[in-house]
Design a protein around this ligand. Structure first.
Ligand SMILES: [Zn+2]
Length: 430
């Protein structure tokens, strides 16, 4: 997505024909209908969710509506989950420049999600409370689904063609070797709990803090290598639609992604959510807070439910239909041909914990209305002498100019260094 030098000039060079065909493609795809349901069983009272279907991209314009669905699974108390539920959406929207058209808005969304997650973490930590939370945050705009996630509350996609795919990555030290390596490289220690006699028990945790997750919002009493930088994935569904299942680990510790999709196949969304929770409890009992949101993205010309296809079988032919195509920025004839038959078009995926890789090199968005530069994370105005490029001092500064945006305020720069293990964590409580 990065476009390098001279972006403003190049933007004018997008061929008119390409713009027109893009618009025509959009017109052909009328907006889908959304049906959704939620079910939950509480054990500790630390799971929270958010369903908001009346968000507007352009204030006052109902045709710019989008929807947000999110699950927050708190730990060590519920304060971080509640704070994130109340503030994350506002922080994400605040990081999107005003006045963008739909396509541009969707294109900057992954970056805005990174900024919004980090800002929410920073603001919550400022309150001095020690709890933390997962956040799985899903934005549905027409056929485009964008998912940002820290922690292990998963979002899966069932395309009704028999293919179930994960739109999130589990940030669990036990299961995620890349995250173990990142935490260790940033100064954390990964190991199991030792009990009397030296025996090790339970899942892998990182120390200090003893958290099983490698990413979260909050958690000021653990190492700063537990970062709030989300994995982000953006996909565009074909006009047959699909079903999203967003749930906390109370579900996923009991059911695989495939089993969760299978158990509610063919049921309307409200019943489906209840059925997934029921099946998880039947399998494992109520061991943890258990929350499930089901969202059906339904073609406008069909009735009130997803077209019913035969229940998914283990058929590789069907699986092969789920082509994953990196289509953005790709103009080859081959990928155009493929996307015509693809069930799901992959627009964007990035999971790096490095802000320099996540906030991009595009500085067109970095200027506020007052003409000052803004911090790309917390959106405060920066004096000309104050901003530090996100690329300064990184390996990227060899190829990219350290005075090139986006810029960070001093505070956010400190946080970035701490997350990458370049600065001993100073703000932690003992
Ligand atoms: Zn900042």
């Amino acid at each position: 997505m990065a476009s390098g030098d001279g972006r403003r000039g190049h933007q004018d060079l997008v061929p008119l024909a390409a713009l027109i065909s893009r618009e025509m493609k959009n017109e052909k795809m009328e907006k889908p209908t959304l049906k959704y349901g939620c079910a939950a069983q509480s054990k500790k009272g630390e799971d929270y969710f958010l369903i908001k279907t009346d968000c507007l991209r352009v204030p006052g314009n109902p045709s710019s509506a989008f929807s947000v669905f999110a699950v927050f699974d708190g730990h060590n108390g519920n304060a971080a989950a509640i704070y994130t539920r109340e503030n994350l959406l506002g922080h994400v929207i605040g990081a999107i420049p005003r006045g963008l058209g739909r396509e541009d808005w969707l294109q900057v969304l992954p970056r805005a999600l990174v900024a919004g997650f980090v800002k929410t973490d920073k603001e919550f930590q400022r309150r001095g409370e020690t709890s933390g939370t997962t956040a799985t945050f899903v934005i549905v705009d027409g056929w485009t689904v964008t998912v940002a996630c820290v922690g292990d509350s998963r979002c899966i996609l069932d395309t009704q063609g028999g293919a179930v795919s994960n739109l999130t990555v589990d940030h669990r030290l036990e299961d995620n070797v890349e995250e173990r390596e990142r935490v260790t490289a940033s100064g954390g220690e990964v190991g199991r709990l030792s009990i009397f006699g030296g025996a090790e028990i339970g899942p892998l945790r990182c120390w200090p803090g003893g958290l099983c997750l490698s990413r979260s919002i909050g958690d000021m009493d653990v190492g700063e290598f537990i970062v709030p930088v989300p994995h982000v994935k953006q996909v565009k569904l074909s006009n047959v639609g699909g079903r999203l299942i967003i749930a906390s680990d109370g579900i996923w510790d009991a059911l695989s992604s495939e089993a969760a999709a299978r158990t509610c196949h063919g049921l309307p969304a409200e019943l489906a959510a209840r059925q997934v929770v029921k099946e998880a409890l039947r399998t494992r009992g109520l061991k943890d807070d258990t929350t499930c949101i089901v969202v059906d993205i339904i073609p406008p010309d069909s009735s009130s439910s997803l077209p019913t296809s035969p229940p998914p079988k283990k058929q590789n032919k069907l699986r092969a239909l789920l082509l994953r195509i990196k289509s953005r920025n790709s103009s080859s004839k081959l990928s155009k041909k493929l996307s015509a038959v693809a069930v799901v078009e992959e627009l964007f995926e990035e999971g790096s914990a490095m802000l320099a890789e996540r906030l991009g090199t595009d500085d067109t968005a970095a200027q506020s209305t007052s003409g000052l530069f803004m911090c790309a994370v917390c959106q405060v105005d920066l004096a000309p002498s104050e901003g530090i490029s996100v690329h300064a001092g990184s390996i990227f500064s060899m190829s990219l100019k350290p005075w090139q945006g986006p810029f960070l305020c001093g505070d956010c720069r400190n946080k970035k260094d701490a997350m990458e293990g370049k600065r001993p964590s100073g703000v932690k409580v003992a």
